[in-house]
Write a protein that binds this ligand. Structure first.
Ligand code: 5RP
Length: 260
Protein backbone atom coordinates (compact mmCIF):
# COMPACT_ATOMS: atom_id res chain seq x y z
CA UNK A 1 0.00 0.00 0.00
CA UNK A 2 2.79 2.47 0.89
CA UNK A 3 4.21 1.69 -2.55
CA UNK A 4 1.51 4.07 -3.79
CA UNK A 5 2.82 6.93 -1.63
CA UNK A 6 5.45 9.18 -3.16
CA UNK A 7 8.82 9.45 -1.33
CA UNK A 8 7.82 12.95 -0.21
CA UNK A 9 4.54 11.67 1.28
CA UNK A 10 6.44 8.87 3.02
CA UNK A 11 8.80 11.50 4.46
CA UNK A 12 5.87 13.62 5.67
CA UNK A 13 4.20 10.57 7.15
CA UNK A 14 7.41 9.48 8.93
CA UNK A 15 7.81 12.92 10.52
CA UNK A 16 4.16 13.02 11.59
CA UNK A 17 4.22 9.50 13.02
CA UNK A 18 7.32 10.21 15.10
CA UNK A 19 5.94 13.53 16.34
CA UNK A 20 2.71 11.84 17.47
CA UNK A 21 4.84 10.16 20.18
CA UNK A 22 5.16 13.56 21.88
CA UNK A 23 1.41 13.54 22.57
CA UNK A 24 0.16 12.06 25.85
CA UNK A 25 -3.31 11.47 27.30
CA UNK A 26 -4.81 14.55 28.92
CA UNK A 27 -3.01 16.97 26.61
CA UNK A 28 -4.58 19.89 24.77
CA UNK A 29 -3.01 19.74 21.33
CA UNK A 30 -2.79 22.39 18.62
CA UNK A 31 -3.40 20.72 15.27
CA UNK A 32 -1.65 22.31 12.29
CA UNK A 33 -2.79 22.66 8.71
CA UNK A 34 -1.40 21.23 5.46
CA UNK A 35 -0.53 17.84 4.03
CA UNK A 36 2.08 16.97 6.71
CA UNK A 37 -0.20 18.08 9.54
CA UNK A 38 -3.00 15.99 8.01
CA UNK A 39 -0.83 12.90 8.52
CA UNK A 40 -0.36 13.89 12.14
CA UNK A 41 -4.12 14.22 12.63
CA UNK A 42 -4.65 10.76 11.10
CA UNK A 43 -1.94 9.26 13.35
CA UNK A 44 -3.47 10.85 16.45
CA UNK A 45 -6.93 9.68 15.37
CA UNK A 46 -5.62 6.12 15.21
CA UNK A 47 -4.12 6.48 18.69
CA UNK A 48 -7.47 7.78 19.99
CA UNK A 49 -9.41 4.89 18.42
CA UNK A 50 -6.99 2.02 19.03
CA UNK A 51 -4.90 2.98 22.07
CA UNK A 52 -7.41 4.94 24.15
CA UNK A 53 -5.45 8.21 23.83
CA UNK A 54 -7.55 10.99 25.38
CA UNK A 55 -6.77 14.40 23.95
CA UNK A 56 -8.57 17.58 23.02
CA UNK A 57 -7.48 19.18 19.78
CA UNK A 58 -7.51 22.83 18.75
CA UNK A 59 -7.47 22.92 14.93
CA UNK A 60 -5.83 25.78 13.02
CA UNK A 61 -8.28 25.75 10.09
CA UNK A 62 -11.73 24.55 9.11
CA UNK A 63 -10.01 21.85 6.98
CA UNK A 64 -8.13 20.48 9.96
CA UNK A 65 -11.21 20.69 12.20
CA UNK A 66 -13.16 18.59 9.70
CA UNK A 67 -10.42 15.95 9.45
CA UNK A 68 -9.92 15.83 13.23
CA UNK A 69 -13.62 15.18 13.82
CA UNK A 70 -13.65 12.56 11.05
CA UNK A 71 -10.84 10.57 12.70
CA UNK A 72 -12.41 10.78 16.18
CA UNK A 73 -10.44 13.56 17.89
CA UNK A 74 -12.43 15.77 20.29
CA UNK A 75 -12.27 19.29 18.89
CA UNK A 76 -12.40 22.37 21.12
CA UNK A 77 -11.75 26.05 20.49
CA UNK A 78 -8.64 27.88 21.66
CA UNK A 79 -10.82 29.90 24.02
CA UNK A 80 -12.07 26.67 25.58
CA UNK A 81 -8.53 25.30 25.87
CA UNK A 82 -7.05 28.68 26.91
CA UNK A 83 -3.52 27.26 26.72
CA UNK A 84 -2.06 24.23 24.95
CA UNK A 85 0.50 21.63 25.94
CA UNK A 86 1.84 21.24 22.43
CA UNK A 87 1.16 22.30 18.86
CA UNK A 88 2.35 20.17 15.96
CA UNK A 89 2.33 21.73 12.50
CA UNK A 90 4.06 21.69 9.14
CA UNK A 91 6.20 24.47 7.66
CA UNK A 92 7.16 25.79 4.24
CA UNK A 93 10.75 26.51 5.30
CA UNK A 94 12.82 26.18 8.48
CA UNK A 95 16.36 27.35 9.19
CA UNK A 96 19.06 26.24 11.66
CA UNK A 97 17.52 28.38 14.45
CA UNK A 98 14.10 26.80 13.75
CA UNK A 99 12.69 30.06 12.47
CA UNK A 100 9.98 29.34 9.93
CA UNK A 101 8.04 30.49 6.92
CA UNK A 102 4.47 29.26 7.18
CA UNK A 103 1.18 30.02 5.46
CA UNK A 104 1.57 28.18 2.15
CA UNK A 105 -1.85 26.71 2.94
CA UNK A 106 -3.24 30.11 3.92
CA UNK A 107 -3.77 29.29 7.60
CA UNK A 108 -0.89 31.29 9.07
CA UNK A 109 -3.00 33.50 11.34
CA UNK A 110 -4.66 30.74 13.34
CA UNK A 111 -1.43 28.72 13.17
CA UNK A 112 0.58 31.53 14.73
CA UNK A 113 -1.99 32.25 17.44
CA UNK A 114 -2.26 28.58 18.36
CA UNK A 115 1.51 27.90 18.28
CA UNK A 116 2.19 30.97 20.42
CA UNK A 117 -0.37 29.78 22.97
CA UNK A 118 1.46 26.45 23.44
CA UNK A 119 4.12 25.26 25.86
CA UNK A 120 5.89 23.66 22.92
CA UNK A 121 5.70 23.92 19.14
CA UNK A 122 6.89 20.96 17.10
CA UNK A 123 7.34 21.31 13.35
CA UNK A 124 7.04 18.25 11.15
CA UNK A 125 8.64 18.45 7.72
CA UNK A 126 10.31 16.58 4.93
CA UNK A 127 14.02 17.32 4.52
CA UNK A 128 13.45 19.62 1.51
CA UNK A 129 11.96 22.26 3.83
CA UNK A 130 15.32 22.93 5.49
CA UNK A 131 17.08 26.07 4.18
CA UNK A 132 20.31 27.94 4.96
CA UNK A 133 18.45 31.25 4.80
CA UNK A 134 14.70 31.87 4.71
CA UNK A 135 13.03 33.49 1.71
CA UNK A 136 13.01 31.24 -1.36
CA UNK A 137 9.43 30.28 -0.48
CA UNK A 138 7.13 33.31 -0.99
CA UNK A 139 6.36 34.84 2.40
CA UNK A 140 2.58 35.10 2.94
CA UNK A 141 1.06 38.17 4.58
CA UNK A 142 -2.58 38.13 5.62
CA UNK A 143 -4.28 41.46 4.85
CA UNK A 144 -7.84 42.66 5.34
CA UNK A 145 -9.82 42.99 2.07
CA UNK A 146 -10.62 46.69 2.70
CA UNK A 147 -8.08 48.69 0.71
CA UNK A 148 -5.94 45.65 -0.02
CA UNK A 149 -4.33 47.27 -3.08
CA UNK A 150 -3.15 50.19 -0.95
CA UNK A 151 -1.86 47.77 1.70
CA UNK A 152 -0.02 45.80 -0.99
CA UNK A 153 1.57 49.02 -2.31
CA UNK A 154 2.61 49.99 1.23
CA UNK A 155 4.17 46.54 1.72
CA UNK A 156 6.20 46.99 -1.49
CA UNK A 157 7.32 50.45 -0.39
CA UNK A 158 8.37 49.12 3.00
CA UNK A 159 10.44 46.37 1.38
CA UNK A 160 12.68 49.00 -0.31
CA UNK A 161 14.39 49.67 3.03
CA UNK A 162 14.72 46.03 4.08
CA UNK A 163 17.45 43.45 3.53
CA UNK A 164 15.70 41.24 0.96
CA UNK A 165 16.68 40.14 -2.55
CA UNK A 166 13.29 40.34 -4.32
CA UNK A 167 10.44 42.82 -3.82
CA UNK A 168 7.57 41.52 -5.98
CA UNK A 169 4.27 40.86 -4.29
CA UNK A 170 1.21 39.04 -5.62
CA UNK A 171 -2.34 38.64 -4.39
CA UNK A 172 -2.99 34.95 -3.83
CA UNK A 173 -5.80 33.72 -6.08
CA UNK A 174 -8.25 30.86 -5.97
CA UNK A 175 -9.13 30.48 -9.64
CA UNK A 176 -10.42 33.86 -10.82
CA UNK A 177 -11.16 35.23 -7.33
CA UNK A 178 -8.86 36.18 -4.45
CA UNK A 179 -8.05 33.37 -2.05
CA UNK A 180 -10.01 34.01 1.17
CA UNK A 181 -8.72 32.84 4.56
CA UNK A 182 -10.84 31.34 7.35
CA UNK A 183 -11.00 34.87 8.81
CA UNK A 184 -12.31 36.32 5.54
CA UNK A 185 -9.00 38.01 4.69
CA UNK A 186 -6.74 37.98 1.62
CA UNK A 187 -3.13 36.81 1.31
CA UNK A 188 -0.36 38.83 -0.33
CA UNK A 189 2.65 36.63 -1.16
CA UNK A 190 6.02 38.40 -1.02
CA UNK A 191 8.61 37.00 -3.43
CA UNK A 192 11.71 37.97 -1.48
CA UNK A 193 14.09 35.18 -2.63
CA UNK A 194 16.37 35.81 0.38
CA UNK A 195 15.52 37.38 3.75
CA UNK A 196 18.55 38.99 5.40
CA UNK A 197 16.91 39.92 8.72
CA UNK A 198 13.76 37.90 9.33
CA UNK A 199 13.12 39.34 12.81
CA UNK A 200 13.19 42.93 11.52
CA UNK A 201 11.05 42.09 8.50
CA UNK A 202 8.40 40.39 10.64
CA UNK A 203 8.15 43.42 12.94
CA UNK A 204 8.14 46.07 10.21
CA UNK A 205 5.57 44.39 7.97
CA UNK A 206 3.18 43.99 10.89
CA UNK A 207 3.27 47.78 11.45
CA UNK A 208 1.52 48.46 8.14
CA UNK A 209 -2.20 49.24 8.58
CA UNK A 210 -4.23 46.55 6.83
CA UNK A 211 -1.69 43.82 7.60
CA UNK A 212 -3.09 41.28 10.02
CA UNK A 213 -0.09 38.95 10.36
CA UNK A 214 2.85 37.57 8.41
CA UNK A 215 4.08 33.99 7.96
CA UNK A 216 7.44 34.39 9.73
CA UNK A 217 7.54 32.35 12.94
CA UNK A 218 10.51 33.68 14.91
CA UNK A 219 11.50 32.00 18.21
CA UNK A 220 8.23 30.05 18.30
CA UNK A 221 9.31 26.56 17.23
CA UNK A 222 11.09 24.34 19.79
CA UNK A 223 11.53 21.04 17.98
CA UNK A 224 11.66 19.97 14.34
CA UNK A 225 11.02 16.39 13.28
CA UNK A 226 12.47 15.84 9.82
CA UNK A 227 11.20 12.86 7.85
CA UNK A 228 12.87 11.03 4.96
CA UNK A 229 11.36 8.81 2.28
CA UNK A 230 13.08 5.69 3.64
CA UNK A 231 11.47 6.08 7.08
CA UNK A 232 14.47 7.73 8.74
CA UNK A 233 13.57 10.62 11.07
CA UNK A 234 15.70 13.19 12.80
CA UNK A 235 14.45 15.02 15.92
CA UNK A 236 16.20 18.34 16.65
CA UNK A 237 15.44 20.14 19.91
CA UNK A 238 16.67 23.74 19.82
CA UNK A 239 16.28 24.28 23.59
CA UNK A 240 18.02 21.08 24.64
CA UNK A 241 20.54 21.27 21.82
CA UNK A 242 19.95 17.59 21.05
CA UNK A 243 19.64 15.67 17.78
CA UNK A 244 18.19 12.15 17.78
CA UNK A 245 17.70 9.70 14.95
CA UNK A 246 14.87 7.22 14.69
CA UNK A 247 13.16 5.08 12.06
CA UNK A 248 9.49 4.57 11.16
CA UNK A 249 8.47 1.19 9.77
CA UNK A 250 5.85 1.80 7.07
CA UNK A 251 4.63 -1.82 7.24
CA UNK A 252 3.44 -1.22 10.83
CA UNK A 253 1.14 1.51 9.58
CA UNK A 254 -0.67 -0.10 6.64
CA UNK A 255 -4.13 0.59 8.10
CA UNK A 256 -3.46 4.34 8.11
CA UNK A 257 -2.92 4.28 4.36
CA UNK A 258 -5.94 2.07 3.64
CA UNK A 259 -8.48 4.93 3.52
CA UNK A 260 -6.50 7.10 1.12
C1 5RP B 1 -0.38 26.09 6.08
C2 5RP B 1 1.04 25.89 6.43
C3 5RP B 1 1.61 24.52 6.20
O1 5RP B 1 2.08 24.05 7.40
C4 5RP B 1 2.73 24.61 5.22
O2 5RP B 1 2.23 25.22 4.03
C5 5RP B 1 3.31 23.24 4.90
O3 5RP B 1 2.36 22.49 4.21
P1 5RP B 1 2.63 20.99 3.76
O4 5RP B 1 2.74 20.17 4.99
O5 5RP B 1 1.42 20.64 2.92
O6 5RP B 1 3.91 21.00 2.93
O7 5RP B 1 1.72 26.76 6.88
O8 5RP B 1 -0.78 27.42 6.24
Amino acid sequence: MTGELSPIDKAKFAAAKRAANFVESGMRVGLGTGSTAAWLVRCLGEMVRDDGLKIRGVPTSTRTAELARQVGIEVITLDEAKWLDVTIDGADEFDADLNLIKGGGGALLQEKIVATASDQMIVIADAAKEVGQLGAFPLPVEVIPFGWQTTKALIEETLINLDVMGRDTTLRMNGDAPFVTDEGNFIVDMHLKRIGNARQLALVVNQIPGVVENGLFIDICDVVVIGHGDGKVEVRDINEGTVEEDRIDFLDNENLFADL
